[in-house]
Write a protein that binds this ligand. Structure first.
Ligand code: F6P
Length: 359
């Protein structure tokens, strides 16, 4: 048996732990493992495919990033072809990918990625490739799994930042608005805001009104709490508007979000007269060593993915359904993206504690 591993989309702390666990589990079964570099670029002649052995995954379980590297512009069905004049076309290279895998004698692929990568995995599966999915995203927005690895690390990074912001905000009687990742789902903002005792949490699932946010800030002010902390997901929208974009994306890349925190801080300052500051936590949330929770989850996913290959569960994704790791059809996962449920106990408890969602 010869299997291959691919990491696609934005990285997440824990990717290397998945790779390590899958490689060691496979090697112990007497299988060979190939690492496809930079998404599927290694199979498409734009990067390498490398042998992965017990030696090559030694000492990587605690490291962030991915030894295979990754890309969010590597969809084989919509593959970028850059021209020398700076323009870019997109072509379907899925047949080249399948041929590349055949040429290398690859029997099955473990695709580690978020919704986008899982969608690609499903399409490759429909074309006859033997694929197992492993869910990955710091945003925690993949359905069918209680959580994805990388999320806990990102939340910890955000909570650490909120703790630090508290002391400086309180010293200066300021309102500080911190923007965290979360394009469509507000899990990082909700969990870090609740754990870090923020006063306002704004998420894409609940459009906010600046007036409501200001009312919360002033209620605290009038009660003698002269500072406030607001955590906002990058994809949160003011009622009646869309998400804030920042910077220019490259062809094939999703629009870059950002800037909502700065806008909210300015509006709070204008409407309340209180001194406001904002920051974007950004890619710090994606970097660094995975927490022990994420290392363990990633390791379990890697081991389970190899078991799934053994059981020939093609087109399935490993998932955490506490307390077990299970296999579910990728098709089912893709039917409904995971979002914060507005009736979930985390939201109810946040409201009960007086946290404002700006609604
Ligand atoms: O998809 C995960 C994510 O963390 C999103 O929340 C964010 O919009 C995106 O990555 C940013 O990724 P990049 O800067 O790599 O395009």
């Amino acid at each position: 048996m010869r299997i291959a591993l691919s990491t696609g989309g934005g990285d997440a702390p824990g990717l290397n732990a998945v790779i390590r666990a899958a490689v060691l589990s496979a090697v112990r079964r007497g299988w060979e493992v190939i690492g496809i570099k930079r998404g599927y670029a290694g199979l498409l002649g734009d990067d390498q495919c490398i042998p992965l052995t017990a030696e090559s995954v030694r000492g990587i379980g605690h490291l962030g990033g991915t030894i295979l590297r990754t890309t969010n512009r590597g969809n084989p069905f919509h593959y970028p072809v850059n021209h020398t004049d700076g323009t870019c076309d997109f072509i379907d290279r899925s047949d080249d990918l399948i041929q590349g895998a055949k040429d290398l004698g690859i029997d099955a692929i473990i695709s580690i990625g978020g919704d986008g990568s899982l969608g690609i995995a499903q399409r490759l599966c429909d074309k006859g490739m033997k694929i197992i999915g492993v869910p990955k995203t710091i945003d925690n927005d993949v359905s069918g799994t209680v959580t994805t690895f990388g999320f806990d690390t990102a939340v910890n990074t955000a909570v650490d930042a909120i703790d630090k912001l508290h002391t400086t905000a309180e010293s200066h009687d300021r309102v500080i608005v911190m923007e965290v990742m979360g394009r469509h789902a507000g899990f990082i903002a909700l969990h870090s805001g609740l754990a870090g005792t923020a006063d306002v949490i704004l998420i894409p699932e609940i459009p906010y009104s600046v007036e409501k946010v200001c009312a919360k800030v002033m209620a605290r002010h009038n009660a003698g709490r002269h500072f406030s902390i607001c955590v906002v997901a990058e994809g949160a929208c003011e009622q009646g508007t869309g998400p804030r974009m920042r910077g220019k994306s490259l062809p094939g890349e999703a629009p870059r979000l950002g800037g909502v925190a700065e806008e909210i801080a300015q509006k709070i300052q204008e409407q309340t007269g209180k001194e406001c500051r904002s920051l974007i936590l950004g890619h710090l949330q994606r970097g660094g060593q995975p927490t022990s929770y994420d290392r363990l989850l990633a390791t379990r996913f890697g081991g389970a993915a190899v078991e799934a290959i053994e059981a020939e569960k093609w087109g399935y994704m490993v998932a955490l359904q506490t307390p077990h790791i299970v296999c579910i059809p990728i098709k089912e996962v893709l039917k409904q993206p995971k979002r914060v449920e507005l009736t979930h106990d985390t939201v109810r408890t946040a409201r009960a504690l007086g946290i404002s969602f700006g609604d």
